[in-house]
Design a protein around this ligand. Structure first.
Ligand code: FE2
Length: 282
């Protein structure tokens, strides 16, 4: 059982995040990475997928591919992964940005990683033991081309009433300042939400702008994380990560969990019509 500090809940409520080094065995990280790589190798992008990522005019198809991924395992490419001829510019294992969003329910290796007695005990200790696993992402942050993720909070994307989203971010490889570690604003979870991302009535997606003032640009702290570290993020915590210009990938796995008694709007982008929600105990 990893060491869960006695004041874990207090710290999480105070700062809006909690860094837990060595929460996961490095063997478990390696097994997940191997599984991720084999899923990528088994993926053959068909013409539809190629066209989504190699042209800018396929907005509708692109929206359908994304909006239909809530109960699937779908692969999303780095920008510019395909050349104008529709062929990948580099090997597929170096071309994928991430895959999601239901491997924690659909793939046995991801399921086992996402539901352990340690995670159940941690969630209980921090105060979200009854939450259910809404989505997962495996993020590659590829060497040289892994793009930046600008400052946001996750409640924007996984909206509930009242808000309940908690993010779990696992370092599957070391995350450093060079390869795009996360940054977060301590205490920033007390800033009310600024945007809500949802399905638009006319098709596609849209943002509701609730408060257009920017987040403070001062006070961010870097969350460098060695392989096996788990970082908990309050759904309202502002966070970001830089581009990866290094020679090393920065694989991470994320889960987002919500309170099943909170209202989950039908216009949230992520819908899972036929996939039952399960918690940390399965
Ligand atoms: Fe995020």
């Amino acid at each position: 059982m990893p060491d869960i500090r006695a004041n874990a809940r207090e710290q999480f409520l105070r700062d809006g995040f909690l860094v837990l080094p060595d929460f996961v065995d490095t063997d478990a990280c390696d097994a997940l990475k191997e599984r991720a790589n084999s899923l990528v190798h088994g993926f053959e992008p068909d013409d539809t997928v190629r066209s989504i990522f190699s042209t800018n005019e396929q907005t509708r198809t692109s929206d359908d591919y994304f909006l239909g991924s809530g109960d699937q395992i779908r692969f999303f490419f780095e920008e510019d992964a395909f050349g104008p001829d529709g062929e990948l510019r580099q090997p597929i294992e170096l071309s994928i940005n991430k895959f999601g969003h239901a491997q924690h329910d659909l793939d046995p290796v991801f399921d086992a990683f996402s539901r352990t007695p340690d995670l159940a005990a941690l969630a209980e200790a921090v105060g979200f033991g009854d939450h259910v696993l809404m989505q997962s992402m495996y993020i590659f942050k590829q060497p040289h081309i892994g793009g930046e993720v600008t400052c946001h909070n996750d409640h924007t994307f996984i909206w509930t009433e009242p808000r309940s989203c908690v993010g779990l971010w696992f370092a599957i490889e070391d995350a450093t300042l060079e390869n795009g570690a996360m940054w977060a604003l301590p205490g920033g979870h007390r800033i009310p939400p600024k945007r809500r991302f949802r399905r638009a009535e006319s098709g596609g997606t849209t943002f509701d702008e609730l408060d257009t003032t920017p987040y403070p640009s001062e006070g961010l702290v870097s969350l460098e994380a060695s392989k096996g570290t788990l970082i908990l993020l309050d759904g309202l915590l502002p966070h970001l990560s830089g581009a990866n210009r290094s020679d090393h990938s920065r694989h991470a796995y994320t889960l987002h969990v919500v309170d099943p008694t909170a209202e989950y709007p039908t216009d949230n982008w992520l819908q899972r019509p036929d996939l039952p929600l399960r918690g940390f105990r399965g």
